[in-house]
Design a protein around this ligand. Sequence first.
Ligand code: SF4
Ligand code: SF4
Length: 471
Amino acid sequence: MSDPTRKLTNIDDPAEFRDRISSITDDGKRNWVYPRQPKGKFYNARTWFSYLLLAIMFAGPFLTINGRPLLLLNILERKFIIFGMAFWPQDSFIFVLATLTFIVGILLFTVIFGRLFCGWVCPQTVFMEMVFRKIEYLIDGNANQQRKLKVQDWNAEKIIKRIVKHGVFWGLSFVIANTFLAYIIGKDELLKIITEPVSQHLTGFGIMVVFTSVFYFIYASFREQVCTLVCPYGRFQSVLLDDQSIVVAYDFVRGEKRGNPKKRSAEELGDCIDCNQCVEVCPTGIDIRNGTQLECVNCTACIDACDTIMEKVKKPKGLIRYDSFNGISRGEKRSLTYRNVGYSAVLVLLVVFFFGLLFTRSDLETTVLRSYGTLYQELDNNHYTNLYTVKVLNKTFDKIPIQFKLLEPAGKLNMVGHDLQVDSQEKAQGAFFIDLSGDELTGTETKLKIAVYSGDRLVETVKTSFMGPRL
Ligand code: SF4
Ligand code: SF4
């Protein structure tokens, strides 16, 4: 078995760390990371912030606006509700734009603030470090106790601790899985799966078991490897970060040469006393003194650890801090680069466009088509008629009465039967004739503009064409 306590820094070969991943041993086996629990202002701030995020996430499926879920992403039935507004596959362009805005936002943030998202907001970090890891410290003890427990024989203590820990992990994974499921199928459906006989909800129950197993596997076993081996976002770092990006960084100017002041003269040493505390707390098992690395999720644990040491040795805090490479190497203050300005401008435009689309989105989706297989009809007074089929999708939660009016050119619109009423979240179909004078025709195809009204309110306008004789 590998020695999990081995130091990860090889000062004789400073680039050696690039040849391996700290969670995998040289012979290709898993090198379990036992990070020490951080203490400090960043850890406290992250703890409170993660509680806020967790509260929002767990409350999300149960919050309603006018009796509708705040957020429902039912991919299976293609039903989406965001902030109480229903979205349909017809609104997919809004989703595409929202996704684009989100991606550009994340990229922009990465360029300026490094992986701030990973350390503070990413659900993987929040659950792993702020929920599961804390429970592990409570049950298995601190990092050293965890190492001892791992190698000790299977006695009563180890068996009980393992059963309790994995039982709690499984239970929590079940809760998380159910919450995710509630976002997809809604809380009422979820409640049915939980309370009604399994035989009535075999698919739902199966999905629930799969979700729970995946979450359990990630937090009980796979852990930091999600960030270091799987997450594509980490891979973008090398192209997104530049010398001005703010990241969790070690001040090598101030810190080097590192060394134990008891063993070497103070004049030849920098502020880093080589205590290895920044490595001990790192949940991905890396040494931040090697520089910015793909595995660093900017969790700030090493900042807290080093600040504590600096306090003890009576040196200024911030040997590891949020700073840019230029900030550390040249003492430069942050400034806006052309790239940052460009990204910001694109992001602002996308956000404005996105909210514009969101709030000007029509409550109805109307399609007007000339009835299949019909030609125009010629009436005796130089008038012509076309028959149209109309389909209306009601995206709201209210029943909507619909009337149609011909806006352009002048003419008559006569419904076949009565006006349409479209139930909440339903589609309705009807038909109408358009009657135009021959004087209004512009050729075999005349452009039409039709208004869709609900009472006095103009809901939307639709364009179609009118077929007439060759003039
Ligand atoms: S915690 Fe600070 S002083 Fe200790 S090894 Fe890390 S950088 Fe050096
Ligand atoms: S190097 Fe520091 S900030 Fe990066 S993952 Fe490790 S402890 Fe967190």
